[in-house]
Design a protein around this ligand. Structure first.
Ligand code: CA
Length: 490
């Protein structure tokens, strides 16, 4: 007969209890979640990231405070533009998998499909009240509306983007009839009780100056009205700032030494502060998980209006629409008092990781019938490990794998060239060029501006590159990507 050692048994039981306690902390927590996404805010804009804020004449005290109160990610990756990043955030999948890898512009058929499983639908499954305010940019069709993708309500809705505020004047100068200009003018949308969206006002250059304040007010009202509910809430705030055209409210005009862009960034910081204050005023700070992210890299050379110099990628090179480091590496912060230890980390996290991380937090499952590219970062966020669940990242242009990040290496199948002979260096104006049959390899830690292709001396990294691309290609065998839409191949 085997004798049981009572001390050993007690130790084993304690260990089990310990495991259970940790598991309870990890799964089944249902904090309120406020997820904020800024637009075109670069790595170098926020003071806390070292090369923005005060030193560029546009202080960002609220964002700096948020960064120091939570987990400040210094290696956070998104996709090359508004639509792809938002698709990645909502679905946890690379945007090529939902056919949304191009920025939606008028005249293209891109739209978020009904069958995609979104972050909002995940929260709905777990009994949350869900709301969205601000910019969506995942399609205008009814199937794509926030209210048909898991959100109970949608306020101050920008279904597309802010570019449209610039079009009427240009269309007028092109001699187009007023009736057409009026018919295509962007609108602000609100949901009704049935979830249908109705236009409530024109989104023009005048309203551009007011919209960020209205987004903050609507977010604050949602927080105040649901803070005392029995069920938690999920609020997604799609900021309109700091996308061009610059449009700060009167209160912020002329305040920044950096010009119109700085005014807008300072207002954006203030509006983020208003939402954070609403959380505090409602007495739910400790039970509210706050996430703040940018959707893509900067626009440094707008080339329109007076705002020639705008956002910045800090130490990196790259702009919206491209796949250089600065196009994809942007600010990202996570605050959850008592649960997410405040710290700065250079571990790799991607915008796709939030869906699986939230699912793990809620103790919920993700759909098993599709590839999910996001990784569960809950243990990393909560400080149970200091290593993130990711050391690689893929980036796509026009449906093609266009850049691979693995550890501190950055590898391009085709070389990315900045635009030449064009006054704007905007990412979308660049081009990809076939090399000599070898990828270009950069050490991003040593060479953050990507000036030295090292494929000749560091070809060993190609093995990892092939493995990462191979895993993606294998996933396509069972789940081919939908036919993408291209603006350049017909
Ligand atoms: Ca954007």
């Amino acid at each position: 007969m085997v004798k049981t050692n009572p001390v050993r048994l007690a130790t084993a039981l304690l260990a089990m209890v310990g495991t259970l306690c940790v598991a309870q902390l990890e799964a089944g927590d249902r904090p309120n979640v406020v997820l904020m996404l800024s637009d075109n805010l670069g790595y170098g804009d926020i003071g806390a990231y070292g090369s923005g804020g005060d030193i560029r004449g546009m202080p960002t005290p609220n964002l700096d405070q948020l960064a120091s109160d939570g987990l400040m990610l210094t290696q956070f990756f998104v996709e090359p533009g508004c639509t792809p990043s938002r698709a990645g955030l909502m679905t946890g999948r690379y945007s090529v998998r939902s056919g949304l890898n191009s920025i939606i512009v008028a005249g293209t058929p891109l739209t978020l499909q009904d069958e995609e499983f979104t972050v909002a639908e995940l929260f709905k499954e777990h009994g949350y009240t869900t709301g969205m305010v601000g910019k969506w940019h995942l399609g205008q069709e009814a199937q794509s509306w926030p209210t048909n993708q898991g959100f109970d309500e949608y306020r101050v809705g920008i279904l597309e983007t802010t570019d449209g505020t610039l079009y009427p004047e240009s269309m007028r100068r092109s001699g187009l009839p007023e009736s057409l200009i009026e018919a295509t003018q962007p609108q602000i949308w609100e949901s009704d009780e049935d979830g249908a969206l109705n236009p409530v006002r024109v989104y023009d250059l005048d309203y551009r100056r007011q919209v960020e304040g209205d987004i903050a007010d609507a977010a604050g009202a949602f927080i105040a009205s649901h803070a005392k509910d029995d069920e938690p809430f999920f609020l997604y705030v799609g900021w309109s700032h700091v996308h061009y055209p610059s449009g700060a409210s009167e209160e912020f005009m002329g305040r920044s030494a950096a010009g119109a862009y700085g005014d807008m960034l300072m207002e954006h910081d203030h509006r983020v502060g208003e939402v954070l204050s609403a959380i505090d005023a409602a007495g739910i700070r400790d039970n509210t998980l706050v996430v703040y992210l940018s959707d893509n890299g900067p626009v440094t050379h707008e080339g329109k209006d007076d705002d020639y110099l705008g956002s910045s990628a800090g130490p990196f090179r790259g702009e919206v629409g491209g796949v250089l480091e600065g196009a994809l590496r942007v600010p990202g912060m996570v605050r959850w008092p008592g649960k997410v230890p405040a710290r700065k980390s250079n571990e790799m996290v991607a915008i796709h990781d939030f869906l699986p991380t939230f699912a793990a937090m809620l103790g919920g499952d993700l759909p098993a019938d599709r590839p999910i590219d996001g990784r569960n970062q809950l243990d990393f966020f909560t400080g149970q490990t200091e290593q993130s669940a990711r050391e690689d990242y893929l980036a796509f242009l026009d449906g093609e794998v266009s850049a691979v990040r693995w550890r501190h290496w950055r590898i391009y199948p085709k070389q990315i060239m900045s635009s030449a002979g064009n006054p704007s260096a905007l990412g979308v104006y660049g081009y990809r060029v076939e090399g000599m049959g070898y990828p270009a390899v950069y050490n991003i830690a040593r060479d953050p501006r990507e000036q030295m292709n090292q494929v000749g001396t560091e070809a060993w990294v190609i093995a990892s590159y092939m493995k990462i691309i191979g895993a993606y290609q294998a996933s396509l065998e069972e789940h081919p990507n939908p036919p993408g839409f291209s603006l350049t191949e017909f």
